[in-house]
Write a protein that binds this ligand. Structure first.
Ligand code: HAM
Length: 416
């Protein structure tokens, strides 16, 4: 038997996933966002220039497509959607300010698979491109918070925020952090020792408990901001408070992609185990890496639908998931009535009644049991007698009531 590729998964019932996407779509449209889509295939250079060559996504997780002999393009499966959305903004010369868009679809990262972490997963991605005011950050966070708490009815989660300053702040701060790491080099793990010089702020992502303990006493970027960033950081916190958004300041939150600037945030839940972040985002500046002449201040976020579906499984009964349509099951009592059964099913489906036909010719008892298990509300019985007299016997499985009516009256009977 050939099984699924490692790190991928089959979803055999999409009800929860579709619920998440439908609710998110309604939520985003209320906030005046437009739905877009970008290709799954993108140039490798797009991500190399934007995500940071020292990030895990670029250094070890890219799904590179083997080059076609006739092509000089270097292509990969997209690991995320922020860089592609920025590429689309620039490529199509979009003038809208801000450009507020969302998209959803599969992303690919060659990660070590575990619960909630896949090599192919689905993201719902939101971007506000060309938006300088920090009030956009508050609005984005508030919109996400209302989505999780009110539309998805999630309770057990925390919103972490941090402020990474501007590039000048980070350049200055990194010197201070590197000196702290140099003083403590004997106590940190080999990965942090390496990151101390290549990508020092990423040491805060380390899961090693000794490192984590040490970093609680490290210098934090939010304490090394310029005047403009101090004022933005202050404004963000004040606005979140005024909008009654609960948050926790997490100075160790740096995010795994290098393009962030100023605000970063993550929604996290202990219900998820090790992969506890289900939504992450922040402010970024990557248009110039994609070829723009001017900076284009932007912000965005993405949530993984698999992780959200895992969280929703335990509260599914409290959600207003659209009930399945009333089911009509047609049972031909012998092979002779199969054509008539197909005719009736065709008629019902053309009038938008959800209909299934049992064509396996088992005993009546067996087929009635099957219809019951399927959750049928109406069962249509077609035997020799019904066929001869152009009638049908309809049983209401909820009340037990049974009527025999003319086949010509089926639709008016159901609509009554
Ligand atoms: P990210 O934090 O890498 O951010 O991913 C966002 C979300 O995607 C995560 O919180 C998680 O729910 C889901 N996710 C990520 N990797 C996996 C995986 N291997 N398996 C299952 N789910 C996963 C970004 O991708 C940024 N582009 C977000 C963003 C948009 N920032 C600004 N704009």
């Amino acid at each position: 038997m050939i099984n699924q590729v490692k790190g991928t998964h089959d979803v055999l019932d999409l009800t929860l996933h579709n619920f998440i996407i439908e609710q998110a779509r309604i939520h985003m449209q209320h906030a005046y966002f437009t739905e877009i889509t970008t290709p799954i295939l993108e140039s490798i250079d797009l991500f190399k220039r934007t995500l940071g060559t020292e990030t895990d996504v670029i250094s070890k997780e890219m799904f590179v497509i083997e080059q076609h002999p006739n092509s000089s393009e270097r292509i990969c499966l997209r690991p995320e959607a922020t860089a592609p959305t920025t590429r689309a903004f620039l490529q199509h010369g979009i003038q809208q300010q801000p450009w507020k868009v969302f998209s959803h679809g599969p992303m690919f990262r060659y990660e070590r698979p575990q619960k909630g972490r896949y090599r192919q997963f689905n993201q719902f991605n939101i971007e506000v491109i060309n938006a300088g005011s920090i009030a956009h950050d508050t609005q984005m966070i508030a919109m996400l918070e209302r989505f999780f708490s009110e539309r998805l009815k999630l309770v057990n989660y925390v919103l972490f925020i941090n402020f990474l300053g501007c590039s000048a702040d980070r350049a200055e701060y990194k010197k201070t952090l590197q000196s702290f790491l140099a003083d403590n080099i004997a106590s940190i793990c080999p990965t942090c020792t390496q990151r101390a010089t290549t990508n020092s702020m990423r040491v805060f992502d380390c899961k090693n408990s000794t490192c984590q303990k040490l970093y609680l006493n490290a210098p934090f970027i939010a304490d090394h901001l310029c005047q403009d960033c101090i004022s933005d950081w202050q404004q963000l916190k004040e606005q979140l408070t005024i909008l009654s958004i609960s948050y926790a300041y997490n100075p160790l939150l740096v995010r795994g992609l290098d393009y962030y600037n100023k605000t970063v945030f993550e929604f996290s839940s202990t219900d998820l185990g090790a992969q506890n972040a289900f939504c992450g985002g922040g402010r970024y500046e990557l248009a110039q890496q994609c070829g723009a002449l001017q900076p284009v201040p932007s912000l965005g976020a993405a949530f993984g639908t698999e992780r959200l579906a895992l969280m929703l499984e335990s509260i599914v009964d409290s959600l207003t998931i659209k009930p399945k349509p009333t089911l009509h099951v047609i049972i031909p009592l012998s092979e002779k009535q199969q054509t008539l059964a197909l005719f009736c099913a065709d008629l019902l489906q053309r009038h938008n009644f959800c209909t299934e036909t049992l064509l396996d010719n088992k005993s009546v008892k067996n087929m009635m049991n099957k219809a019951h298990k399927m959750g049928a509300t109406y069962v249509f019985l077609l035997g020799d007698d019904e066929q001869e007299k152009k009638m049908v016997t309809i049983k209401n499985m909820l009340t037990g009531k049974q009527d025999t009516i003319a086949q010509a009256d089926i639709i008016s009977y159901l609509k009554k």
